[in-house]
Design a protein around this ligand. Sequence first.
Ligand SMILES: Cc1cc2nc3c(=O)[nH]c(=O)nc-3n(C[C@H](O)[C@H](O)[C@H](O)COP(=O)(O)OP(=O)(O)OC[C@H]3O[C@@H](n4cnc5c(N)ncnc54)[C@H](O)[C@@H]3O)c2cc1C
Length: 394
Amino acid sequence: MQINLTAEDDIFRSDVRQFLDDHLDADLRRAGELASGICGDHEQTMRWHKILHDKGWVAPNWPVAFGGTGWSDMQRYIWINECARANAPRLYPMGLGMIGPTLTVCGTKQQQEKYLPRLLSGEDIWCQGYSEPGSGSDLASLQCQAVRDGDDYVINGSKIWTSYAQHATHIFCLVRTQKTGKPQQGISFLLIEMDTPGISVAPIITLAGDHEVNQVFFDNVRVPVEQIVGEENDGWTVAKTLLTFERSAAYAARLGTRLTQLKQLIDDIDPDQSEAMQRRFGEISVRVQAIEMTEFRVQAALAAGQSPGAASSQLKVMGTEVQQAIDELAIEALGIYAAPWQQHLREMGNNQKPAGPEATMKFMPDYLNNRAATIYGGSSEVQRNILAKLALGL
Ligand SMILES: Cc1cc2nc3c(=O)[nH]c(=O)nc-3n(C[C@H](O)[C@H](O)[C@H](O)COP(=O)(O)OP(=O)(O)OC[C@H]3O[C@@H](n4cnc5c(N)ncnc54)[C@H](O)[C@@H]3O)c2cc1C
């Protein structure tokens, strides 16, 4: 398949490349390169956020009326790809990618005016309070309770795996407001300030040694009723709206960047590569190309006003599983150098050299953290269930 950009998109891509060349300094690129979780170093992430805000490019998927860029689907795709190629830090997705666009659709005028400008500027940072210790894939079973008391809801319970809650000023939460009827019908969607009395955050340190996820506890937390989004007991509708913004369909560029680094690593460490190693590298390269072609198909469908159908589930499964295949081959190539614990070397400002090639600093944390990629955002098993229904009609 031959993919050609239109002249307009080609100019857009050149402009984006020029902007990234001009604004991504060494610290920002390093933070992007060394990030092995969803995002990387907090300070650099927020520095990049402010640069994009000043340029007016911080929220490409928001409507223009609320501060979006007005780019086409293809231009947004080009933007994501160019950022990945340049190792730009990834911005926190829960605010700009999830609650922001959701409020543009489901929020009241007061909520939009109160929250959206501060989210764009980076003054407010949001986290997502959906999962609970007993509720993940089966989210509708959630138990964190909100009881109406005068003009407030009183919240008791906890949320878990809450990414970046330690930096967040706000959390959007699914809470149970009714215990009878279908589980989905008794859920409400609340906007909560993290400094409200009764909220506490406990860190969960990941396999790679990063502080990315947390458990958030609610002990008689009072939240004014005007903080509800949508109707009481109809939060599931809001959650489904949010889900349409949560799924991103751009894996190929980031995988391509990782593949280039993997090739470099294999060439450096094992110049007489075995046939088996070469064959596995070739297989992974073909899978990355297949993902890229699927992404182009999605772009073509969107440009023609069609729905991409089951493609977002397909891309989630393919993108995250190929990422793990890249990580596994890298760890095999690294061999003994994969063993030392060198987490501290990834801190910004560190100038110590790792034991073994530079790539150990990237690939080992990636290998450990990316185990989670086939779980969060809808696990591979759950995506395959969706594919079985939507694509195979089972
Ligand atoms: C790094 C990381 C960051 C996260 N960040 C957030 C966040 O910011 N906010 C938030 O709310 N949540 C977050 N999550 C939680 C995430 O959404 C859940 O982990 C995910 O939905 C899976 O739920 P669970 O962990 O309860 O596993 P379970 O749902 O208990 O699943 C356990 C296993 O059973 C399988 N399984 C479950 N149901 C089915 C089924 N019907 N058919 C076949 N197999 C099934 C799953 O695939 C999995 O292998 C994060 C998770 C991780 C790992």
